[in-house]
Design a protein around this ligand. Structure first.
Ligand SMILES: O=C(O)CCC(=O)C(=O)O
Length: 267
């Protein structure tokens, strides 16, 4: 499919699945590496039972780095968000066997429980993209992300104070985003989605990489920033944390990936 067809899918349904972004043999190596990194660091990062989560993954594991600027994905990001794209989050998410279904939400900056959020009602504008990289295949059984197609056009989501619908119950029109290893689910971050249980015996390994335009202020995510002090620490609120990238890690990134992280180098 062409970039404009993929863009049209995201505008219409809120998501598309890009196949073959990472070759199968690389997926196996990356999945092993990410599993090892999560095992090593997991204790430092709280997360739900039987879920492995490490934020700022690029600081600890660069096994997947060369793929972050995959031409098909960057073309789509540029088409939807404009020039000077940035990566805002790089996390590992592993659904181990036995994890539970998660609550419906939209991602930062649309999750209303975060200090840094676009207040409802949202304008109908794509402002941030969430990509979930399938380093093992995503199936209905192993916890393929649940999405509600079309929900990106709503002016609110189930994290809003005024929401009185279900937060942890199935929606009739929910859809598991399945795909072979190496595929990337790309969705408008306004899209309602939820973690799905893994009822198999093996891990579902994913990378959650989010891409934003230059004009979207992500300073609230940076530990120790003035903005975070003002919006999160002083009022005692919560938000995600994205550790900055040490200069030596940044210097070792592939040249065409560096521009995606240049705004987040540790000072
Ligand atoms: O791991 C998944 O399938 C969903 C992750 C998710 O909901 C999120 O990163 O916001």
């Amino acid at each position: 499919m062409s970039t404009s067809q993929l863009s049209a899918e995201i505008h219409d349904r809120g998501f598309c699945i890009l196949p073959g972004v990472v070759p199968p043999d690389r997926c196996r190596k990356i999945a092993d590496s990410v599993r090892g990194t999560v095992e090593r660091l997991q204790e430092s990062y709280p997360c739900p039972e039987n879920v492995g989560f490490v934020p700022g993954l690029i600081n600890h594991d660069q096994s997947f780095a060369e793929h972050l600027s995959a031409p098909s994905l960057l073309a789509l990001c540029h088409d939807l968000l404009g020039h000077n794209i940035r990566i805002t989050f790089t996390s590992a998410i592993i659904n181990h066997p036995g994890n539970l279904r998660g609550d419906w939400h939209a991602d930062w900056p649309f999750n209303q429980t975060n200090a840094g959020h676009v207040p409802v009602p949202y304008p109908d504008r794509i402002m941030h993209l969430t990509t979930l990289w399938m380093m093992t295949e995503f199936t209905t059984e192993n916890g393929a992300t649940l999405i509600v197609p079309g929900s990106h056009r709503e002016t609110t989501n189930p994290t809003a104070d005024a929401w009185d619908g279900p937060t942890d119950q199935p929606f009739e029109n929910e859809h598991p985003a399945c795909g072979p290893a190496g595929s990337v689910l790309v969705m408008d971050s306004r899209m309602w989605h939820a973690t799905s249980p893994n009822s198999t015996e093996t891990d579902r390994v994913a990378l959650a990489v989010r891409y934003g335009p230059w004009w979207l202020n992500s300073e609230v995510l940076r530990p120790g920033s003035e903005t975070r002090r003002q919006m999160v620490d002083e009022p005692g609120l919560k938000d995600n944390q994205v550790p900055p990238i040490p200069r030596d890690v940044y210097d070792r990134l592939p040249q065409n990936v560096q521009p995606l992280y240049r705004h987040w180098i540790e000072t």
